[in-house]
Design a protein around this ligand. Structure first.
Ligand code: FES
Length: 284
């Protein structure tokens, strides 16, 4: 209970914004364009940060096991070095994702990153100590690093599982759509190149006609539920795309594929048909 209250307080801690806000602006100024998309995991169709984290976590945990058995100094030194080097790309990808989160998420993310930064410092000290032959100090610093990294991992879990950062927000809306064809609007109501916002129950659906072809996608952006109906239609590499008004995620209309992040997953598309002067949609 005390832990939950502490996390609630952290989410509301406006003082963290004094560090978080300028850091966010700095990250967004430095990480741009294709590098930004690559770090979000747009090419992977999945956030990159959780995948990159496996290397440092795996190497550091393995070092802790090897350290616990006699004669493991050499392998433990190698594993500590691998884990510490692997933490850098994981941290850069995480920072890139963090800069597009909501304010409350960024506060927890800042503490998560700080804990991991301390862990990297402790592991760097451990590596230096091992390389100079002081394996006893190396082991102690490594165990302190693992403890700190575990605190960071806990906060990362809170960020993902309670605050729903970096999860595909559109997926839950898809599950609320009943089976079968659903009527959304009249054919004549849909003008070419002018997205129309419709609803199936509580689920917003964005219907678009471009060059005669009708497409329909979940109307809340998969990144942070931004209203896609307020987005802008653009052409990217010859394909009609929709840009989310909140953080600029860009989705191809024809298949929902994410073209630019911060969203890393495709936007769910629905099947469409025109029948009896009406446009209907159905689950894919
Ligand atoms: S809500 Fe963030 S890009 Fe759409």
């Amino acid at each position: 209970m005390a832990l939950r209250m502490m996390l609630d307080r952290l989410e509301m801690a406006e003082r963290l914004d004094r560090i978080g806000d300028p850091l966010q602006r700095g990250v967004q100024a430095v990480l741009r364009g294709r590098i930004r998309d690559a770090l979000h995991g747009v090419w992977l169709g999945h956030p990159l940060h959780p995948a990159l984290v496996q290397l440092p976590v795996g190497a550091w945990l393995s070092a802790a096991v090897v350290d616990a058995v006699p004669g493991g100094n050499g392998p433990a030194t190698v594993l500590t070095g691998i884990g510490t080097a692997g933490a850098l790309p994981a941290a850069v990808a995480g920072l890139n994702d963090w800069a597009s989160l909501s304010r409350e998420q960024r506060r927890i993310g800042l503490v998560h990153a700080s804990a991991n930064l301390i862990a990297v410092g402790l592991y760097t000290g451990s590596l230096m100590a091992r390389l100079t032959g002081n394996h006893r100090l190396g082991r102690r610093l490594a165990y302190a690093g693992l403890t700190t990294a575990s605190v960071g991992a806990y906060l990362g879990g809170h960020l993902s599982y309670r605050q729903a950062a970096a999860v595909n927000q559109a997926e839950t809306f898809l599950r609320q759509i009943p089976e079968g064809w659903q009527d959304v609007c009249a054919q004549e109501a849909l003008a070419d190149g002018q997205p129309l916002s419709a609803r199936i129950g509580d689920v917003p659906v964005l219907v678009t006609r471009t060059d005669g072809a009708v497409t329909a996608m979940i109307g809340h952006c998969g990144h942070q539920t931004g209203p896609l109906a307020e987005g802008e239609l653009v052409n990217v590499d010859g394909a009609d795309c929709l840009v989310c008004p909140w953080h600029g995620s860009t989705f191809r209309l024809a298949d929902g594929v994410v073209v630019h992040g911060p969203a890393a997953t495709d936007q769910p598309l629905l099947r469409t048909r025109e029948i009896g002067g009406r446009i209907q949609v159905a689950l894919p």
